[in-house]
Design a protein around this ligand. Sequence first.
Ligand code: G3I
Length: 448
Amino acid sequence: MKRRSIITVLVAAGAVLAAGVLFSATADAATTLGASAAQSGRYFGAAIAAGRLSDGTYTGILNREFNAVTPENEMKWDATEPSQGSFSYGNGDRILNQGISMGAKVRGHALLWHAQQPGWAQSLAGSALRNAAINHVTQVATHYKGKIYAWDVVNEAFADGGGGGRRDSNLQRTGNDWIEAAFKAARAADPAAKLCYNDYNTDGVNAKSTGVLNMVKDFKARGVPIDCVGFQSHLGTTIPGDYQANLQRFADAGVDVQITELDVAQGNNQAGIYATVTKACMAVSRCTGITVWGIRDSDSWRTGENPLLFDNSGNKKAAYTSVLNALNAGGSTTPTTPATTPTTTPTTPSTGGGCSASTSLNSWNGGYVATVRVAAGSAAVNGWTVTMALPSGSAITGAWSATNSGTSGTVSFRNVSYNGSIAAGGYTEFGFQGTGAGPTATPTCSAG
Ligand code: G3I
C-alpha cells in the first residue's frame, strides 16, 4: 500500500510537470538522437574510431545525430602508453577534438582494464604493476583534465558466473584495493570528470551486477570517489525483464547510471529492444545518457550481427526510429528533477525561468563529498550560481564541474564552460569535497 501511494504521488507530480512542458516539447519534437536526448538533459552518444573520421558518410551521421562520443580503442592502455612511461595521445586527441568540434560530451574509455594492456604491463606483477597502473591513471587523466565528461576508470573487473566476485587478472592480483586506488588517483588528477565503473552482463539483476552494486555501496560508505556506473548492454535477441529495475537500484545507491556500449543483435525484435533500453533510461532520473557502440552496422565489432542503428550505407534502420520516438516521448513525460532521488535533500521549488539546487552528502568522520544538483525550471537556464552556508569548521578542499568562491562560511559556486546551459526541466551536477561537517542547509540558485 505504501508503495502504491508513493507511485500515485509520483504519477500525479509527473502529470503536473508533463502538463507544464508538454506543449513546447511536442511542438519542438527533435529530429536527431542527440537533440531528442538533450530535451531531458541527457546525451545520446556513439563510440567512434579515429581511423574512420576521414569517411564522409560516417562523420556526416556523427555530426548530425550525436552529442557525445567515446573512443572505441584510442584511450585504452595499449594505445596511450605503448611503452612504459612513454605516452601517445595522437588518436585519443583526434577523438577528443572531434567531440569538442561537435560540442559533444566525451566519455573517456578506459583507464584500467585486464584486456588491451600493452605487452610491458602484461609482464609486470605486484607493486611494480600497481605503481605502473596508478601512474597510468594519473598521467592519462591529467592529460585530458577538464575535457572528459566521464571516465570509465575501471572496466570489466567482475567475474562472470554466479559468485558475484572479482575477475582474476594481473591487476586483481596486486590486491583487492586496486579499484579504489584507481578511482582516488583519477579524482586527484581530474576532479571535474565523473568517475564510472563499467561492465557487461550487468544489465539485469544478477550475481554479477549485485557484486558491482555492493562495491558501489561500500565505496559510498567509505568515501571512495565513484560517481557513475556504466552498463555496456551488448544485447542479443532478448533483454532482461528487470533492466530498468536494475538501473534504478544503482541510482538509489547514489550514482548516476549510463548505458555505455549499446548494441543489439539484428534478430526479430531489434527495434523493440532498443526502445525498451531507451525507455528504461528515460524513466530513471539518474540515467544521464546512452552510447551506442558504433554508428553503422559495418562499423561494429560484432561482424555479421548488424547490431546498430544505421545500415552499412548509413540509412536509418527501424531501430533508429524506435529510439528517436522513445527519446521524444520520454522527454515530454519524464522530468529529470531530483525529486525521485532519495539521497537528496528537499528541492527548493523552482519558478518560471529560475533554477533550484539540492545537495546529497556522503560524509564520514572528519570529511565529506557533496554532490549538488542544479535543476532548471520551466525555462532553459544559461549560467547559474549556487550559494550555500557551510557549518562552522567546514572547509572546502576541492570542487569539480563548478568554480567556488570561498572555502568556508557562505560559499558560492559558478558553472564552468560546459555546464552553464541547462535545458528546461533538465539538470546538471557539480561536486566538492571538504573537511569537517558537510552542508545541511538548502542551497539557493540564481540563474543568469
Ligand atoms: O589496429 C589494429 C590493426 O593495425 C591490425 O592490423 C589489426 C589486426 O587484428 O588489429 C587492429 O586492432 C584491433 C582493434 O580492435 C582496432 O580495430 C584489435 O585487433 C582488436 O582486438 C580491437 O578490438 C576491440 C576490442 O574492444 C578489444 O578487446 C574492438 O574494436 C572494440 O570495439 C572492443 O570494445 C570493447 C570495449 O572496449 C569494452 N567492452 C567490450 C567491447 C567489445 O568487445
